[in-house]
Write a protein of this length. Structure first.
Length: 157
């Protein structure tokens, strides 16, 4: 069983790469809260730095992530994974996929862009189940299409 430990010391880009190595049909995207302007987290920063910006460290003072650590396994539910990241690191997380056909998620677009799976049939699955089902359903591998731009903003790629 695959296992990934996520803590504040991990650089965002390294987290993305490790996650995508375990789940090649899923793509996590971290965003600052809308209350501070939103936008995707700087991929060169650590998760703790992203958290510090999210809580407006300049106004509230420093608070560390402490020993916050999230264990990510094949049995982690997608919704739970997203909630845990927000709870511990105060950044929003969207798990996405990239459909290779319009009919995969009922999309009517001519382009197959990054699609958040939070309101699809995959949302209630575990990471392992969703990854396997997306592969069966014909989604594109994330690692095979490392390009800029997704429907949630500019991706780190």
């Amino acid at each position: 069983m695959a296992n990934l430990k996520l803590n504040g010391r991990l650089i965002v880009d390294n987290f993305y790469k490790k996650f995508e190595a375990l789940y090649p049909y899923l793509n996590p995207a971290l965003f600052y809260p809308k209350t501070i302007g939103g936008g995707e987290v700087d991929t060169a920063s650590t998760i703790a730095n992203a958290r510090a910006r999210s809580i407006r460290q300049d106004k509230k003072g420093y608070t560390s992530t402490g020993e916050a650590e999230i264990n990510i396994t094949d049995n982690t539910k997608i919704k739970e994974f997203q909630k845990e990241i927000t709870k511990h690191f105060l950044v929003e997380c969207y798990v996405q996929c990239r459909p290779s056909e319009k009919k995969l998620l009922g999309l009517g677009k001519s382009e197959y862009k990054w699609t958040a799976i939070g309101s699809t049939k995959y949302a209630d699955m575990t990471l392992g189940e969703a990854n396997a089902q997306l592969e069966k359903d014909g989604a594109q591998k994330v690692t095979a299409i490392r390009t800029k731009g997704n429907n949630l903003g500019n991706k780190y790629l």
